[in-house]
Design a protein around this ligand. Structure first.
Ligand code: HEC
Ligand code: HEC
Length: 390
C-alpha cells in the first residue's frame, strides 16, 4: 500500500482531519437550484450535480489555479513530473502505459486511471474502500514513497514553494483563488485547488449521452444493437458499468444511499486458491478478508476507447480482448508464476459467468463502447495545459 513519510503525515494532519469527516448531505438539499453554484459545471439538467464537501467550494479562481498546478513539473521532488505526466488529456487523462511510471523511474503496481467525472466517485483509486475524499487521495502522488510518484519530501517542499512564490503568475492565481486568505501558498490550498480542477473535469457530451437525451441519430444502427447487448442479461455489462456514469460506483446529490461495490472478475486464480499477484490483490490488501481477494472497482467506461491498456494492471491490451475475456467468464493463464484458471476463481462475481457472442455481435458491442468517447472533453481548451498558451 501507499506510504506517505511520517513527518509529512503530521504536516498533512489538519487537512486530513477535516477531509475525513463524512460529508454531510444537508447542504445541497435543493438539487434543482443550479443557480446557487458559484461555478459553471456545464452539466446537463438531466444529470444530477455531484456532492462537494461543504468546506471545499468550487470557484473559477480555484479551478484555474488547480489547472496550472496540475500541469506544473515544478510540483515534484526532482522537477521532472506533474500530474499530467500520468494523466494526459488526449487519453482521457490516463497515460497509455500498463503501469504508471514515477518521477524517479519507479514502476507503480497499477495502471494510471482516467480522470473523468471523478466528482461522482465515492471511493478513489482501484481498490480502497476507505479513500473517500479527493483531498486525501491527492497527497499520494505528491508525497507517496511506496511507490514514488511526484516524490516530494519534507526537505524538497520549502524549495518547491519558494519557486512557485517567485512566479508572478502564481501570485495572481493564488490571490484570485483565495481572495480573503491571510496566508497564501499553503499545502492545503495546493491540494484543495488540485481537487477543484479534477472535480471540474466533466464529460457528458459523448454520442451515448446525446442518445440518452433523445438524439437518436447520435448512435449508428450497429451501436444501437451493441447497446441492447450491453444492457442484456446475457452480457451483464450494465450491472457493474451502468447508470448515467457507466459504473455502479457512483455518488450524487439525489442519492440517499451510496454503494461502494468492488468485484473480482476472474483475471487470476494463482495455484487454484483464488489468489491474485502480490501487490495487486484488490481490497483484500486492506481488509484481509479472504473473500475480498481480487476485488477492484468497476470503473466508469467513459472514454474507454482512449484508455488502453485495460484493467488495474494494464494486462489486457485491447477492447476486443476485454470482450473475449468476459465471454470466457475469466482468464486462464497456463504458465509462469501467475498460472491458474481465473474462470474458476472462487471469489469471482456471479455476474461474470461467460456468454456466447458471434463476430457481428462483438463488432456491435465495440461500436457501442466507442460511443462513450466524448471528443469535446479530450480537446476542450479549458482542460488543457495552460502553460503552453504563454
Ligand atoms: C506516476 C504517475 C502518476 C502521477 C504523477 C499522478 N498519478 Fe494519479 N494515478 C496514478 C495511478 C497509478 C493511479 C491508481 C492508483 C491506485 O489504484 O493505487 C492514480 C489515481 C488517481 C486518481 C483516482 C481516480 C479514480 O477514479 O479513483 C486521481 C483523482 C488522481 N490519480 C489524480 C492525480 C493528481 C491530481 C495528480 C497530481 C497531484 C496525480 N494523480 C499524479 C498515477 C499517477
Ligand atoms: C461483476 C461486475 C462486472 C461486470 C458484469 C462487468 N464488468 Fe467490466 N469491470 C469490472 C471490474 C471490477 C473491472 C476492473 C477489474 C480489474 O482491474 O481487476 C472492470 C474493468 C472493465 C474494463 C477495463 C476498464 C479500465 O479502465 O481498464 C472494461 C473495458 C470493461 N470492464 C468492460 C466490461 C464489459 C464490456 C462488460 C460486459 C461484457 C463488463 N465489463 C462486465 C466489473 C464488471
Amino acid at each position: 500500500m501507499m506510504q506517505i513519510p511520517s513527518k509529512i503525515v503530521a504536516f498533512c494532519f489538519l487537512i486530513l482531519a477535516g477531509a475525513c469527516q463524512d460529508q454531510s448531505r444537508t447542504q445541497f438539499q435543493n438539487i434543482e437550484d443550479r443557480s446557487s453554484e458559484d461555478f459553471a459545471w456545464n452539466i446537463p439538467s438531466s444529470i444530477p450535480l455531484p456532492l462537494i464537501p461543504e468546506d471545499k467550494p468550487m470557484s473559477e479562481g480555484r479551478f484555474q489555479l488547480g489547472r496550472h498546478l496540475f500541469y506544473d513539473e515544478r510540483l515534484s521532488g526532482n522537477g521532472t513530473q506533474s500530474c499530467a505526466s500520468c494523466h494526459q488529456q488526449d487519453k482521457s487523462f490516463t497515460d497509455g502505459r500498463a503501469q504508471a511510471f514515477g518521477s524517479t523511474g519507479e514502476l507503480h503496481p497499477r495502471s494510471s486511471m482516467a480522470l473523468v467525472n471523478i466528482a461522482y466517485v465515492p471511493t478513489l483509486t482501484w481498490a480502497n474502500p476507505n479513500l473517500r475524499h479527493l483531498e486525501q487521495q491527492i497527497l499520494m502522488p505528491l508525497f507517496g514513497q511506496n511507490p514514488v510518484e511526484q516524490g516530494i519530501t519534507e526537505s524538497t517542499w520549502p524549495l518547491i514553494i519558494s519557486n512557485l512564490r517567485a512566479d508572478p503568475k502564481y501570485q495572481l492565481l493564488f490571490a484570485d483563488a483565495f481572495p480573503t486568505a491571510d496566508e497564501l501558498f499553503t499545502q492545503e490550498q495546493i491540494v484543495d485547488t488540485l481537487a477543484v480542477f479534477v472535480r471540474g473535469l466533466i464529460s457528458f457530451n459523448s454520442p451515448f449521452d446525446r442518445f440518452q437525451r433523445g438524439e437518436l441519430a447520435a448512435l449508428s444502427a450497429s451501436a444501437q444493437r451493441g447497446r441492447q447487448l450491453y444492457f442484456s442479461e446475457r452480457m451483464e455489462c450494465f450491472h457493474c458499468h451502468g447508470s448515467y456514469n457507466l459504473t455502479d460506483s457512483n455518488m450524487d446529490r439525489t442519492m440517499s444511499f451510496v454503494e461502494r461495490p468492488f468485484h473480482n472478475t476472474g483475471l487470476f486464480n494463482i495455484g487454484g486458491r483464488g489468489d491474485y499477484p502480490n501487490n495487486n490483490r484488490g481490497i483484500f490488501e486492506l481488509t484481509q478478508k479472504a473473500s475480498d481477494m481480487g476485488k477492484f472497482r468497476a470503473l466508469s467506461l467513459r472514454n474507454i476507447e482512449l484508455t488502453a491498456p485495460y484493467m488495474h494492471d494494464g494486462s489486457i491490451a485491447t477492447l476486443s480482448e476485454v470482450l473475449d475475456f468476459y465471454a470466457a467468464g475469466g482468464r486462464q493463464i497456463t504458465e509462469g508464476a501467475n498460472a491458474g484458471d481465473g474462470r474458476k476463481n472462487p471469489f469471482k462475481d456471479g455476474f461474470v459467468t461467460g456468454f456466447t457472442m458471434d463476430a457481428d455481435e462483438k463488432d456491435d458491442l465495440i461500436e457501442f463502447l466507442k460511443s462513450f468517447t466524448d471528443r469535446d472533453f479530450v480537446t476542450n481548451p479549458r482542460f488543457a495545459n495552460p502553460w503552453s498558451e504563454l
